[in-house]
Write a protein that binds this ligand. Structure first.
Ligand code: RIB
Ligand code: CA
Length: 310
């Protein structure tokens, strides 16, 4: 589609790296709205946090639709040690009254957006519960879904179990529903194999204050707390913290920064490997998904700071 940018929807569980991805996406000028889901924090927290980021970023009028309060079958799995008890490391205060959430649940709002003929891109950076409900409603990939980028999974080590990554582990049944149909269009999976390679340091977090206004100093504080929590969890680990969801946004906006491998994929939903990605042979009859295998780390940094104007 020459000229007009395809509208972008973010389905997320803010969460600090989700929040940073939202701020970065807003600078691209094509965000049409946000749906939120229980994940890093409870559904009420992730919905408030998305509205908080939009208000601080000067986009309070964008719709935020609250979604699933729990996975399809699993119990909620909040990630307090990573994002704090309410998702943004106790920096959840608002600069003023927050806009009310969209009056429909996320899956109904997404369904209306995706049933039309106008193409929509979607970045999913939380558990795929909302998206699975939409895919079940359409009995497969919704007609208007153009490019779908999912932050999730790992073809190397996991971050919840030795093989499972958080977004897929939190709702593996939902991930299986989406990946079973995702391959029929442009679907990219951005997993820990590449997101771990980009490290955000305390200095990077402090640099965000340059955004100024009600956003910059607040965002620097939130991301600093996120980076410091990572250092506490992994004192012997690599410097900095992974900003998984921002890397997934880059995969949507700048796919040439990545090397891709087309693979049919499933998700294990039972037993000790629950939540793990399952590479499938062509004989499985499932269409392939583009899986990110390598990332140009320096190229990502240039894109990210240029996008933020810092
Ligand atoms: O495994 C990392 C993913 O889980 C990121 O999306 C993070 O925000 C959490 O949702
Ligand atoms: Ca997330």
């Amino acid at each position: 589609m020459a000229g007009r940018a395809v509208p972008l929807i973010l389905d997320m569980d803010p969460g600090v790296d989700d929040a940073l991805a939202l701020v970065t996406a807003l600078r691209g000028g094509r965000v049409a709205g946000v749906s939120t889901v229980a994940g890093n924090a409870a559904a009420a927290d992730t919905c408030r946090n998305a509205r908080l980021v939009l208000a601080r970023a000067g986009s309070p009028g964008l719709p935020v639709a609250a979604g699933a309060e729990r996975p399809l079958f699993a119990d909620p799995l909040p990630a307090e040690a990573v994002h704090g008890p309410h998702g943004l490391w106790q920096a959840e205060e608002a600069p003023g009254p927050l806009p009310t959430p969209w009056p429909e649940p996320a899956w109904r709002w997404l369904g209306r957006l995706l049933e039309g003929t106008e193409p929509v891109d979607l970045l999913a950076t939380g558990p795929l519960t909302n998206l699975a409900r939409v895919f079940l409603w359409f009995d497969g990939r919704p007609p208007a879904l153009d490019t779908l980028v999912i932050m999730g999974g790992s073809l190397s080590a996991g971050n919840v179990t030795p093989t499972a990554e958080y977004n897929l582990y939190a709702d593996p049944e939902a991930a299986e529903v989406v990946l079973a149909a995702a391959g029929r269009g442009r679907t990219r999976l951005v997993g820990l194999d590449v997101t771990r390679r980009v490290r955000f340091t305390r200095g990077d977090a402090a640099r965000l204050a340059g955004l100024g206004g009600t956003l910059g100093p607040w965002l620097a504080e939130v991301v600093t707390a996120y980076v410091e929590a990572a250092a506490r969890r992994h004192p012997q680990g690599p410097p900095g913290a992974a900003i998984h969801d921002v890397v997934a946004l880059a995969a949507l906006e700048q796919p040439e920064l990545f090397e891709w491998e087309e693979r049919p994929l499933g998700v294990v939903t039972t037993g000790p490997w629950r939540g793990s990605l399952l590479p499938l042979p062509p004989e499985a009859g499932r269409a392939p998904v583009a899986v990110a295998r390598r990332v140009d780390v320096e190229g990502f940094g240039r894109w990210f700071w240029r996008r933020l104007g810092l």
